[in-house]
Design a protein around this ligand. Structure first.
Ligand SMILES: *Cc1c(COP(=O)(O)O)cnc(C)c1O
Length: 398
């Protein structure tokens, strides 16, 4: 007989989903109420203002899309880009390529600025492209490339967008909560994130925000948004201002309880403290990995603390290592993606999963599994090296 599903208890240190804070799972199990219930409307207002806090924005059109990060990307593109619009897209990993797909499916013209995988987006090259395409309307880029573990200079890129009269479209799926994201300060026009990375929430929701300039474009389009579900002109009727909310789609009620709790937790900790915590544990992990003899593919200045892309020792079957970590330690780390498949592991330190216990678990488990497989690593010192870092450095000094 088929019975209830009870998942194994894992430690999630891959590219997402990350470990979900038990407070969030508890919030999610509370009774479902109607999506137009006055209590739910009040919750929606709180979610909007907490999302504004997380993004550091006063943008009125700030809300969670009822679908994962990919839908947030699509929501930004389909609402802004009309047929014939030119979009300069910076690509330095997998997710920039998806932006191109989205733009082209809207009839837009994608002008690609290609950067090597594992490097940050080059500002000079981007400026050249903007100069050469003075008719471009948008500049789109991924702030934190989860496929490679690179953090790009979003502030500098948004300043370039402004200088060349473009609106900026920013992927902050992996950066939000783990690294500084300043929507109003940097002048971001459209941004999307996801719940399952540094917000440590269950997957399936995508917080988004649009500037007044972006809203102006959305309400004055010549053509209808090609997606009915993601058309902000319609979604605003449900998520918009005031008490008069009309049915658009049934909100994922319990998933929004979860997002609310995740954002409350982020606010309790404080944005700056959360960014510092990610940096702190990243440094400890890096110290251990490097002591073991594993290298980072990303130069130190461009490393994304919440996603560590580390090389695989010579002659080691990387999938067998991940399988052993899962079986022996209930520990999940990620494989390489796209052109980095088979070349790196991606070790996530996201949100609730970004802590000392996980850093030490991961280093000890990798050390043991790699030794069992006869890898040429420095064995038995990674955990000690990380512990030394923890003894010498304190979070308050990061
Ligand atoms: C995970 C991720 C996405 C896609 O999010 P989903 O929730 O998987 O749809 C988009 N961009 C980046 C940078 C990501 O890391």
């Amino acid at each position: 007989m088929t019975t209830s599903f009870h998942p194994p208890v894992r430690t999630l240190m891959g590219p997402g989903p990350s470990d979900v804070n038990p407070r969030i799972l508890e919030a999610m199990s509370r009774p479902t109420i109607g999506h137009l219930d006055p209590s739910f409307i009040a919750l929606m207002d709180e979610i909007k203002s907490l999302t504004q806090y997380a993004f550091q924005t006063k943008n009125k059109l700030t809300l969670p899309i009822s679908a994962p990060g990919s839908a947030g990307m699509e929501a930004c593109v389909v609402n802004l880009v009309e047929p014939g619009d030119k979009v300069v897209i910076c690509q330095n990993g997998v997710f920039g390529g998806r932006m191109k797909e989205n733009v082209e499916r809207c009839g837009g013209i994608a002008v690609m600025v290609e950067n090597d995988w594992g490097t940050a987006i080059d500002l000079r090259q981007t400026e050249e492209a903007l100069k050469a395409n003075s008719d471009a309307k948008f500049l789109a880029f991924v702030h934190a490339e989860t496929s490679t573990g690179v953090l790009s200079d979003a502030k500098g890129l948004c300043a370039l967008a402004k200088k060349y009269n473009c609106l900026s479209i920013v992927d902050a799926v992996t950066s939000l909560g783990g690294s500084e994201v300043d929507v109003d300060g940097w002048g971001i026009d459209a941004i999307y994130s996801g719940t399952q990375k540094c917000l440590s929430c269950t997957p399936g929701i995508s917080p988004v925000s649009f500037s007044d300039k972006a809203v102006d474009i959305i309400v004055n389009r010549k053509t209808k948004v090609q997606s009915w579900f993601l058309d902000m002109n319609l979604v605003m009727g449900y998520w918009g201002e005031g008490a008069k909310r009309a049915y658009h789609h049934t909100a994922p009620i319990n998933a929004l309880y979860a997002l609310h709790e995740a954002l409350v937790i982020l606010k309790e900790e404080g944005l700056e403290n959360s960014w510092a915590r990610h940096q702190y544990h990243h440094k400890a992990l890096a110290t251990g990995l490097e002591a073991m003899g594993l290298a980072f593919i990303v130069p130190e200045a461009d490393r994304l603390p919440q996603l560590n892309a580390a090389t695989i020792p010579e002659g080691i079957d990387e999938a067998a290592v991940r399988k052993a970590l899962l079986e022996q330690y209930n520990l999940e780390i990620g494989a390489g993606l796209g052109s980095l498949a088979g070349k790196v592991w991606r070790i996530g330190l996201m949100g609730f999963a970004c802590n000392k216990k996980n850093v030490l678990l991961c280093l000890g488990a990798l050390d043991s599994v790699l030794s069992q497989m006869g890898a040429s690593i420095q064995t038995g010192i990674a955990v000690t090296a990380a512990n030394q870092y923890y003894t010498q450095e304190s979070l308050s000094r990061i």
